[in-house]
Design a protein around this ligand. Structure first.
Ligand code: ADP
Ligand code: ZN
Ligand code: ZN
Length: 662
């Protein structure tokens, strides 16, 4: 008699044994999905092991084997097991994250609604590499040939030819019969990006991202499994693509926070990429103009191999950056303005010359802060501990955390005075002010409010490309990847919005974003200019970004991280406890802190303390932040603690290892 050890997609930290009935003996195999009874239900299980005996009695039988061929390879089994250990989730949850949605529900295939025919694309050939590119490619190709596990950090300024390096590395891998996975942030997974790879490698390229409808996704998945597509370009979850003979993983814009999944399993695709490469003896290229502090630190410590591309191609200079001290603007004019004099002049010049401008602000809505001048009351969401934002287009006050909305107020709900004032600026207000100052301008706005519908993202960019928009206002959505040669002015309405966030990565985020935004200007011979408005011009993140000086920023920032014992000098594990009753969540947090203190001696605990937004959707949120030196070991201890702990009813705990914000 044989038995199958199965895992399921539930937060249960163990494997379950089932008997393999005789009629299924030839079919059951590791990596296949099965239908199994689970309590009164019937669920999909994944076979992770097969044994000849078990210690328990009355083992129930497997009902059915779903797959003809295993869908989780040995490689993906080890990868997902590592994820479950490191990120503290169940193995079943990790496996479920690694396979396409339709397969989680126990289906075996999906018939495409129509035949997918690929558009013909113009074929492009390798460009003769520059000296810097050649040096980079020589080492990378050498490593591919040697079948070694190695992580490269390709630090290249914007437009230094990183993508060309990726493509020639992929081409080399292909010659050695090796597959490649290219991860790009979801937001930059545009038709432009995909086209660049397709035009070089044609049908060898499969594309994986969340915007694809299920059947199309499944079609691409099958092409990868069957080895018809040996190059995968995709967002975060593409790291699990079932490619055979992996040789190369590329993580473009490796510093991007969207590589971190914000639901269980809360993995970081960069870390998973490195792990998968280690398992398969492949190489990883992490590319960025502004590497994460973690990656650059690893490069300095020689854990990663650093390659630098310092020159922009086509002799395009970096755009000139002007920092505008908004305090001075205020003294001179005695009223707060959205557009400083230099920014207004800049926009006028752009319009006169029939060029284009991008204006960036990291906040959506119209007014972002509403309070009563009489009693000081700030308008807050009923269900969350957050301030309401006025949205002009909806004529509503909206909560950005739970989407609850209310009628705009003219009378203070507390003191009944009529001194209710609307403050703060969001993208909607910037757009409306533009209409006021520049009535002849053609404005467009891109933020989560204007891009809800499928295709609206591309539609706005299409308009910008055709010049039916000449001034584009937007949030971080417009900071990345856009390449429009007629954009000669980039304005940052306020560099302070990100800097003032209560998070240890606020400076890093600000530096990255400013550098990225600045990179949108001056992509052609017409040159370009960047104007950054700020109330804190002396801050090193702003100063370094304006000088395009990554090293200056890194030196300052890494010093402060070391002094404060923050990543990369420690790893952070955040435990968030939620409950509808505040006293419950406080008690549970204190109890958990005590247990951790007793059982994990080397760990430094911060808190428990209320989260920055201490209530969302009527649930109180408390945080426990652990600083650990050995994340692997800490995760094992913590998993044990959570497993054995009596969780008070109504209290939910989520664990986030290496969270992107605290
Ligand atoms: P990055 O990825 O660093 O932003 P890209 O790879 O997109 O840079 O390169 C910027 C531009 O330079 C692109 O238009 C690209 O086609 C071009 N380019 C890249 N490498 C070369 C090369 N060796 N010779 C000529 N043009 C190149
Ligand atoms: Zn009032
Ligand atoms: Zn709310």
């Amino acid at each position: 008699m044989r038995y199958a050890s199965c895992v399921i997609r539930m937060p249960l930290n163990k494997t379950f044994s089932y008997r393999i009935p005789e009629r299924l003996d030839g079919e059951a195999a590791i990596g296949k999905r099965v239908w199994i009874p689970f309590g009164p239900r019937r669920v999909v299980g994944y076979i992770v092991d097969i044994q000849n005996k078990v210690d328990i009695e009355n083992v129930r039988p497997i009902e059915n084997v779903i797959d003809r061929e295993p869908i989780v390879s040995e490689e993906l089994l080890s990868l997902t097991r590592w994820i479950s250990r490191y990120y503290i989730c169940s193995w079943g949850e990790a496996i479920a994250a690694a396979i396409p949605g339709v397969l989680k529900k126990g289906r075996t295939s999906m018939r495409p609604k129509k035949l997918f025919r690929d558009r013909r694309v113009q074929k492009t050939l390798d460009l003769p590499p520059t000296d810097e590119q050649r040096t980079a490619l020589d080492v990378i190709k050498g490593s591919i040939d040697d079948n070694e596990f190695l992580v490269f950090l390709l630090h290249g300024v914007t437009a230094s030819g990183k993508t060309e390096v990726y493509m020639q590395a992929i081409g080399h891998a292909l010659k050695k019969n090796k597959s490649s996975i290219v991860l790009v942030p979801e937001i930059s997974l545009t038709p432009q990006t995909v086209e660049r790879f397709k035009s070089r490698f044609g049908n060898e390229v499969a594309v994986m991202h969340s915007g694809l409808v299920g059947s199309r996704r499944f079609h691409e998945y099958k092409r990868i499994r069957e080895g018809q597509a040996r190059i995968v370009v995709g967002a975060r979850s593409a790291i699990f693509s079932p490619v055979k003979n992996l040789g190369l993983v590329i993580v473009d814009e490796e510093h991007e926070t969207s590589y971190k999944q914000e639901t269980t399993p809360r993995y970081h695709a960069r870390e998973v990429a490195i792990k998968r490469a280690e398992i398969t003896k492949s190489i990883v290229i992490l590319g960025s103009a502004t590497p994460s502090l973690e990656s650059y630190y690893n490069a300095k410590k020689k854990v990663f191999k650093l390659i630098e591309l310092t020159r922009r191609l086509k002799d395009i200079d970096f755009p000139k950056v002007n920092i505008i001290d908004m305090r001075k603007e205020f003294y001179q004019r005695h009223y707060a303005t959205i557009f400083s004099r230099p920014l207004r002049d800049g926009i006028e010049r752009v319009m006169a010359k029939k060029q284009q401008a991008i204006l960036f602000l990291n906040r959506r809505g119209f007014s972002t802060f509403i309070n009563c001048k009489n009693c000081g009351t700030v308008m807050r969401c009923k269900r969350c501990d957050s301030v309401l934002v006025y949205h002009y287009s909806k004529k509503r006050l909206v909560c950005h955390y739970c989407n609850w909305s209310a009628q705009p107020l003219e009378i203070c709900p507390k003191c009944r005075s009529s001194y209710v004032k609307y403050f703060g600026t969001g993208t909607e207000r910037v757009e409306s002010e533009l209409h006021r100052y520049f009535p002849e301008g053609r404005m467009g706005r891109m933020d989560t409010d204007t891009t809800k519908k499928r295709g609206s993202h591309d539609r706005i960019l299409g308009k910008f490309k055709r010049h039916s928009i000449n001034i584009l206002v937007g949030t971080q959505m417009i900071a990345k990847g856009l390449d429009f040669p007629k954009v000669t002015l980039v304005g940052v309405i306020s560099a302070d919005t990100m800097l003032n966030l209560p998070d240890f990565r606020a400076s890093e985020r600000t530096f990255n974003l400013l550098t990225q935004v600045a990179g949108r200007a001056g992509r052609s011979k017409e040159g370009g200019r960047v104007i950054i408005q700020t109330y804190t011009p002396e801050h090193y993140a702003i100063a370094a970004a304006s000088e395009h000086d990554y090293n200056a920023f890194y030196k300052r920032e890494i010093r402060s991280r070391e002094e404060l014992a923050l990543p990369p000098f420690v790893n952070i594990i955040r435990l968030m406890l939620r409950a509808r009753k505040e006293d419950r969540v406080i008690k549970a947090s204190n109890d958990l802190a005590k247990i951790i203190k007793k059982n994990m001696r080397s760990v430094k605990i911060l808190g428990p303390a209320p989260a920055v937004i201490s209530k969302i959707r009527n649930q109180f949120r408390w945080n426990l932040v652990l600083k650990v030196k050995e994340p692997q070991e800490a995760a094992i201890s913590l998993k044990e603690i959570l497993k054995n702990m009596k969780r008070p009813s109504g209290v939910f705990i989520t664990v986030d290892v290496d969270p992107i914000s605290v």
